[in-house]
Design a protein around this ligand. Structure first.
Ligand SMILES: NC(=O)c1ccc[n+]([C@@H]2O[C@H](COP(=O)([O-])OP(=O)(O)OC[C@H]3O[C@@H](n4cnc5c(N)ncnc54)[C@H](OP(=O)(O)O)[C@@H]3O)[C@@H](O)[C@H]2O)c1
Length: 313
């Protein structure tokens, strides 16, 4: 990529119909089904397979891709730079608030301070080969699962939004999202024109229902991470739930597809970024956008017991 998709007001549509139909991400129209790129780090030994998967996602109608510089210590951002061109109409959404930590126990470490947010945006721009990142999520550490802020990494959101809005004024980022955020912090951030929120959320992890409703009311996209329950063994998997399996069997699709279809039916402002390194799963995830869940199926799924409290990741 040599230029920014968001330097023009609206990206060119991809040649495929938009996966899952059209949704809104700030001022942009995007496919409701995008692609979460975190799992691509697993294809580090076979970058050509990763590039093929990314191209296929766009051919199938996904036109927004979630990434971070700390996915594979720049490996995933490098894939995106090498795979896409400005005319491909792909909206890149990255995140700041953590930095790569390749030699640590975890691959990322908190980087919440304002000067660290600015440096991270610059690192993302360089790695992605962009002049502007269309959307950047400020990855707060208010809510789990995962890292929590300690010591000098506990930063007031107002101080962070000051640098994020300055970066937007400078044109380095197109729009601001929030991730790992609490309801209180989101309410305080609303005047900064937040376009999306990315928290952990799925059929089995519904702690943030009130926050989702606030986003719906303010036309903020709700873009959950871990929509299938993640790749982490200790977290419950949506596809394992008996009610999900029953509905999948009755409709002739896979349980993972039902988990994704439930999310699409649950809220109109919800955009999906399921993560996969598997071509067959990619096809399934895009096809989930064509599944119609009737009232009986929705009621059966709505009554699934959330299990986020069952584990302490
Ligand atoms: N803001 C944040 O802090 C944050 C945190 C985590 C993730 N994210 C973003 O959110 C995206 C989604 O989260 P995630 O990838 O961690 O979790 P996820 O989408 O809930 O689940 C990914 C796991 O599900 C499997 N999977 C995917 N599609 C499948 C299908 N159709 N059938 C069966 N298994 C399937 C994947 O394995 P295969 O590869 O074998 O398909 C992988 O193990 C990430 O890729 C990343 O971009 C953001």
């Amino acid at each position: 990529m040599n230029d920014s998709t968001a330097s023009s007001p609206q990206p060119a549509p991809s040649t495929a119909a938009r996966a899952g139909g059209a949704g809104r991400l700030g001022g942009l129209t995007v496919s409701r089904i995008g692609f979460g790129a975190m799992q691509l780090d697993r294809l580090r030994a076979d970058p050509r397979a990763a590039v093929t998967l990314l191209r296929r996602a766009v051919e199938l109608g996904a036109d927004h891709i979630d990434t971070a510089q700390f996915y594979g210590d720049g490996f995933v951002n490098g894939l995106l730079r090498d795979t896409f061109r400005p005319n491909d109409g792909v909206v890149i959404v990255s995140k700041v608030g953590a930095d790569p930590n390749p030699d640590g126990d975890l691959p990322l470490r908190p980087a919440q301070r304002p000067h660290q947010l600015r440096a991270s945006v610059e690192n993302n721009l360089a790695a992605l080969g962009l002049e502007q990142i269309p959307v950047v999520n400020l990855r707060r550490l208010d809510a789990g699962p995962g890292l929590r802020a300690e010591g000098d990494q506990i930063i007031d959101v107002d101080d962070q939004l000051a640098v994020m809005t300055a970066l937007r004024d400078e044109g380095k980022i197109g729009a601001i999202g929030l991730s790992g955020v609490s309801l209180d912090v989101l309410r305080r951030a609303l005047p900064a024109d937040i376009v999306c929120v990315q928290n952990a959320y799925s059929l089995l992890q519904r702690d943030d229902e009130e926050m989702l409703q606030l986003c719906t009311a303010h036309q903020i996209a709700w873009v959950p991470f871990f929509p299938l329950g993640s790749a982490f063994a200790q977290l419950p998997k949506v596809a394992d739930d008996p009610a999900v399996v029953d509905v999948a069997r009755s409709l002739g699709c896979t349980p993972a597809q039902i988990g994704l279809a439930w999310l699409l039916h649950h809220a109109p402002n919800l955009l999906l970024i399921p993560g996969t390194a598997d071509a067959s799963h990619l096809h399934d995830n895009i096809a989930a956008g064509t599944i119609a869940l009737d009232d009986d199926a929705m009621s059966a799924l709505d009554t699934v017991r959330p299990r986020s409290g069952d584990v302490q990741p």
